[in-house]
Design a protein around this ligand. Sequence first.
Ligand SMILES: Nc1ncnc2c1ncn2[C@@H]1O[C@H](COP(=O)(O)OP(=O)(O)OP(=O)(O)O)[C@@H](O)[C@H]1O
Length: 300
Amino acid sequence: MLAINNVSKHYGKIKALHKISLNLNKGTCLGLVGPNGAGKSTLLKIIVHIVQDYEGKVTFTSAANTDQKRTIGYVPQDICLEENVSALQNLYFFGRMYQLRGKALQQQAEKVLHYIGLSARKKDKVKTFSGGMKRRLNIGCALMNEPQFIIMDEPTVGIDPQSRRYILDMIQQMKTENRTIIYSSHYIEEVNKICDEVAFIDKGILIEHDTIDKLIEKYAVPALFFTCHHREKLLEDIQVSGDVAPYKNGYKITTANPMLTMEEVLRVCREKKVVLKQFELTHPTLEDIFFKLTGTELRA
Ligand SMILES: Nc1ncnc2c1ncn2[C@@H]1O[C@H](COP(=O)(O)OP(=O)(O)OP(=O)(O)O)[C@@H](O)[C@H]1O
């Protein structure tokens, strides 16, 4: 288990983290979600001991009597590879840091290459790789010590959809191996797809932490989404039924009674001869919940 207790971090006058506390059970995949500058990387660097000057406490408990260093794999946000040598040489470098030598080092590197789908390119220099391949190798380096905890800082930034899908599938595979994962991202749809739990962080403060199902249940407010021509005519009349706000390319009405509001919208449309282009009952997404809790757009 990972226990983060009351962790705060200042960089000079910048308050990067403020009294963060959260626990993570073995085998859980946690999505750490927040906009740029929220404090995600700082928290991850504290967890992996890169940042050591902070207030509060971080403790790990892991299986058997393994050395704590050997149980954590960290995938940094910035790609950390030697471009002028091969993928294999990069993996050997990280393996040696974890005291692997000889046949054990070779076998582990081959295993990781297979895992990240780069066996066929193992002898090629990294500088000939695409961005997505480099990201996969960056993850592979963190897997050389067979970590129990895997901590990934935005591992899918700026890559092609195919590599993104490959990385997400790899994470699904890691979950089946009962590894504990922290996955930092501001791509909420990825988090929704692969994570069990979500921690929302904004301006260094932990806003919420729960399972995705519980967050949806807790903050679920039914809403109607519509787009239409002459929507201003419609808005004048339907405000009584719910809270109307601009949303994507149309409007969203948050309402306690969606069926009644739906009937009312249709009635007003008929009366005012407004043609609806799209009209549907929506379910809140994690992105909506984040916005509701912080007033901040994730991609800002
Ligand atoms: N080494 C540093 N020196 C000074 N300030 C820093 C340093 N690292 C981070 N910060 C500041 O701390 C705050 C949190 O930054 P952090 O990188 O942890 O956020 P983040 O959520 O990971 O953002 P991003 O998604 O952009 O990577 C920001 O205001 C940032 O400018």
